[in-house]
Design a protein around this ligand. Structure first.
Ligand SMILES: Cc1cc2nc3c(=O)[nH]c(=O)nc-3n(C[C@H](O)[C@H](O)[C@H](O)COP(=O)(O)OP(=O)(O)OC[C@H]3O[C@@H](n4cnc5c(N)ncnc54)[C@H](O)[C@@H]3O)c2cc1C
Length: 614
């Protein structure tokens, strides 16, 4: 037995002191780490998950204080979640602390694409594209319910054929996508009957097919289009899913737990002093290793050490704005690449029943706590859609808006941030602090591997990375979920969002029939998801549930952020029992949510949400 497995067994049995989320010991639970440690990967891939997602916050805080960990990860975005899963699955005892809510940073504000990045080919950044394409192939197979293939079109008009140079780029994209190019077949079964996805080659489609896939283009009578494939996900749910897997390997995690300083012993970082932002109490998390995975905030942790020893270039944030629009205003059944001049493009994508449009990419100098979308950017995106689709979208059509900040590494030169590489950067400083930042949502697994490899190497352990074979959640289709009284669209969404764990959401609605209803009428998210989020996913505010457990906060923002929104009230009331909220607390949560919506500019309206939203 390797050292890694030995350590895994130790943690699986006792180390956290906190109860395993299914209420059974991990050895007893089929999804527990003890089972997985002994299981060959194929068996692990078929395990049935009956456990809940993330350990309860109070239990996690108690364990964080009581235990000595091998590793504490700072930051609960996709990078931190990945580091926690990677390290825990190699046998490390892992703690993770997140200052705000999981995925509240850049990891809930992306374009939601798991992709190679066709446009990086323009810069001949072939290594980056190749790496991301290989990760795309892995992720769509590890989490087929959550990371799904998406058709994307590059259309042509006025009798013209699609540009030949685009075809050349797509040929390269196809060739780089798989180790051995498989022709054709988007899903195939391996020897064990498990479906695996690999992309078809791109092809040219005629105008009629373009209109079927992009009904919004009907008025422009497109001639043809290149059709190629990438993948799409729900970024915040991906973070929660990776965290759920890390937890199953014994990682202990708490949100609203901010690192205020590193613990120091003879110049070595030996943990982190944290502020519990719910109780206002401080706690020390002791650990032999510290990983800083705080994205755009990376240079706020031991900044002098980073700047002086590693000559870390200053992180220069770049803001990207997205908007969402109703299907009837911008009907899309596939994604489109929309030219906006200067060789730049934006995406228009079908996502969770809406059209998702973005992104802009401009240097940003404001505060990072709330990054609202720029009004000019919203107008720019609407204008780009109107020109390309030949339609007349208005600001009042916007159903949500958000901005994210890229943790781009400034090289100190005067190039625009759009030209700076999206490559991951790892820094190790004299205290032993390992900082990992940059990269993409798509490449989280490689970034995590880089960071944990460094720790394994310096400790001389024998603990290879296993995340390439660890399934992320358990896929399920609507037919796998018994769902009396719930509409098909909602069940399909539950299967996508939670996989097999959707059974536990449905169990909430079995206990309380009022939870079978939708949160907002035109989108399939269910009220039952809210108590589930409170009980099992550490959602502690209404904003957590609306923005990062469901995504309604960016899909139905004007409706939910309106002063007397009955839907927001119903959501708070549904969530309340899981957190012991009384009427006063429900009212406070509603006010808190509206304040978040205002500060984040979620409605896309220039005025504060309370006065703007109808
Ligand atoms: C507009 C935009 C679009 C994008 N689209 C895509 C895309 O389509 N596909 C793709 O692959 N990539 C995309 N990306 C890139 C991708 O989203 C990011 O690379 C990725 O989300 C970064 O994740 P992270 O975990 O490193 O950072 P974050 O998600 O920002 O996580 C860092 C976390 O650290 C926490 N934190 C900070 N300080 C502390 C502290 N003191 N104590 C505890 N916690 C702390 C923060 O609260 C935050 O949650 C996009 C980025 C942007 C901005």
């Amino acid at each position: 037995m390797s050292g890694a497995q030995g350590s895994l067994r130790r943690r699986a049995g006792t180390a956290t002191g906190a109860q395993h989320p299914c209420g059974l010991g991990p050895r007893t639970c089929a999804a527990g780490a003890g089972f997985l440690a002994d299981a060959p990967p194929r068996i692990a891939a078929r395990r049935r998950l009956t456990c809940r997602n993330v350990i309860a916050r109070d239990d996690a805080l108690a364990a964080l204080e009581a235990e000595l960990f091998d590793l504490v990860v700072i930051g609960g975005g996709i990078t931190g979640a990945g580091v926690a899963l990677d390290a825990a699955s190699r046998g490390y005892s892992v703690a993770l602390v997140e200052r705000d809510d999981y995925a509240s940073g850049t990891s809930s504000r992306s374009s939601k694409l798991v992709h190679g990045g066709l446009r990086y080919l323009q810069n001949f950044d072939l290594g980056l594209v190749r790496e991301a394409l290989l990760e795309r192939a892995l992720l769509v197979n590890l989490a087929p319910h959550l990371v799904r293939p998406l058709e994307l079109l590059v259309a042509s008009f006025e009798g013209k054929h699609p540009q030949r140079t685009v075809g050349v780029g797509l040929n390269m994209y196809d060739a780089m996508a798989t180790e051995r190019l498989r022709l054709p077949g988007r899903r195939r079964r391996d020897g064990d009957g498990i479906e695996e996805w690999s992309p078809d080659r791109h092809r040219v489609i005629d105008g009629e097919e373009v209109k079927r896939l992009l009904p919004a283009l009907a008025g422009r009578d497109p001639t043809a289009a290149y059709l190629f494939y990438d993948c799409q996900t729900d970024d915040a749910r991906l973070v929660l899913t990776v965290l759920g897997e890390a937890e199953r390997y014994g990682a202990v995690m708490a949100n609203r737990c901010e690192v205020i300083e590193l613990l120091d012993e003879n110049g070595r970082a030996v943990g982190a002093r944290c502020l519990d932002r719910v109780s206002g109490r401080e706690l020390a998390v002791r650990a032999a290793n510290v990983v800083n995975a705080t994205g755009v905030w990376a240079d706020t942790i031991r900044s002098e050490e980073l700047y002086e020893q590693e000559e870390v270039p200053h992180i220069r944030p770049s803001r990207g704005t997205h908007i969402t629009l109703p299907y009837d205003k911008l009907p899309l059944n596939a994604g489109a690449i929309v030219p906006v001049g200067d060789g730049r493009t934006i995406f228009t994508l079908p996502w969770l029943g809406r059209a998702l449009v973005g992104t802009t990419d401009n240097d940003y100098e404001g505060p990072l706590d709330h990054v609202p979308p720029d009004q000019a950017d919203i107008e720019y995106l609407l204008g780009a859609c109107n020109r390309f689709f030949g339609i007349a979208l208005e600001a009042s059509d916007v159903t949500g808006a958000y901005a994210g900040v890229r943790p781009l590494i400034s090289t100190g030169d005067t190039k625009k941030s759009v030209d700076i590489s999206r490559r991951a950067e790892l820094f190790e400083t004299s205290s032993g602090l390992v900082t990992i930042t940059g990269g993409k949502l798509t490449t989280w697994r490689r970034m995590a591997k880089m960071a944990v490899d460094r720790i394994v190497e310096r400790e001389g352990r024998e603990a290879p990375c296993r995340t390439h074979e660890i399934p992320l959640g358990q896929p399920a289709g609507p037919d796998d979920l018994a769902h009396a009284g719930i509409d098909d669209e909602s069940v399909a969404l539950l299967a996508h969002r939670y996989g097999y764990a959707a059974r536990e959401v449905l169990a909430e609605s079995e206990e309380d029939a009022s939870l079978r209803g939708r949160i907002v009428p035109d989108l399939p998210d269910l009220l039952a998801e809210l108590p589930f989020a409170a009980r099992h996913e550490q959602a502690t505010t209404l904003a957590d549930a609306l923005l990062r457990r469901t995504r309604l906060g960016i899909l139905a923002a004007p409706r939910l952020a309106a002063a007397d929104s009955p839907e927001a009230r119903a959501a708070a009331v549904a969530m309340g029992p899981g957190l012991g909220w009384d009427d006063t607390r429900v009212a406070a949560e509603l006010a808190g949510w509206r304040e978040v919506a205002r500060a984040e500019g979620l409605t896309g309206a220039p005025e504060p949400a309370e006065s703007a939203a109808a």
